[in-house]
Design a protein around this ligand. Structure first.
Ligand SMILES: [Zn+2]
Ligand SMILES: [Zn+2]
Length: 283
């Protein structure tokens, strides 16, 4: 009898420990749940679900899963950062189209880039005071093409170039060639130059034996008068300088029309356009 009692007690303990009821279908049993199994994955927009069941009575239980994370696209650069301005990038969720925008830190200038920026500033300062010698020294040797007037009309630049202003926009490139973009405001006497040239060409058609020095003086005279009577316009746009390492120094690669014209109020652009347009009349 004692043996039977202890056996029964042992059996009872075992059953309650494993929580398995031998009385399947009996409402009083303790359910023996399986692990939760995902039925449907959540997205960022819709709740998924999971279930479990009792392997004794096969009762099922369902429940909702929390919303899932967004399914992000790759980051896309909306605005590239420069050494002077923060950029912006964005990504979006391909499910719900939510957008995320982040700013991108300014780029850091390398040591060489700093030297290139300095070379541009040196030039612009020389242009502001119309110091021809200093401006010429900013270019790599052998770079000619366009020049700076040193008589008759240089007073114009000495006077009005004080209005020259600039702000750096971007710097790109490594090694010994660096591009510096700078927003420049300078006097704009394009129309005056254009008209001085064009009118002189017209005049020359009636004076075919006029000497080239006479024509030159005529142009300068007209230009002087026109600038004196004009409204001292300035214009602002972005100019790219290519800066190269020349020996130990950083210089402007080429004496281009655009760069020279920063100091000459678009004299060269005006003269070239007038020449082209005048020649077009005869073609
Ligand atoms: Zn059950
Ligand atoms: Zn989403």
């Amino acid at each position: 009898m004692k043996k039977i009692l202890s056996l029964l007690l042992m059996l009872t303990l075992m059953l309650s420990a494993s929580a398995v009821s031998v009385f399947a279908g009996d409402e009083s049993h303790v359910h023996n749940w399986t692990e939760w199994t995902t039925e449907k994955e959540s997205t960022c927009e819709e709740h998924g679900s999971e279930y479990r069941y009792c392997d004794v009575c096969e009762q099922y239980e369902h429940r909702e899963l929390p919303l899932g994370p967004h399914d992000w696209s790759a980051w896309k650069t909306d605005e590239a950062s420069t050494p002077y301005k923060k950029g912006a990038k964005s990504r979006y969720c391909i499910v719900c189209e939510k957008e995320e925008i982040k700013s991108v830190a300014k780029k850091k200038l390398t040591a060489n880039q700093k030297k290139a920026v300095k070379a541009v500033e040196t030039y612009l300062k020389a242009a502001k005071s119309y110091n021809v010698k200093k401006m010429d020294a900013c270019f790599k040797k052998g770079s000619k093409n366009y020049g700076y007037p040193t008589e008759k009309i240089n007073w114009i630049y000495k006077k009005y170039n004080k209005k020259i202003k600039w702000s750096m926009v971007d710097v790109k490139g490594k090694g010994s060639t660096i591009t510096v973009k700078v927003k420049v405001t300078r006097p704009d006497f394009y129309k005056q130059a254009y008209n001085a040239y064009y009118e002189t060409f017209d005049w020359a058609m009636d004076h075919l034996n006029a000497s080239s020095s006479k024509l030159g003086n005529k142009i300068l005279g007209k230009y002087n008068t026109k600038v004196k009577n004009c409204t001292k316009k300035t214009s602002t746009d972005t100019v790219a300088f290519t800066i190269v390492k020349s020996g130990k120094k950083w210089k402007i690669k080429a004496k281009t029309r655009t760069i020279v014209d920063i100091a000459t109020a678009f004299l060269w652009k005006g003269s070239e356009d007038a020449t082209d347009d005048f020649l077009d009349k005869f073609s």
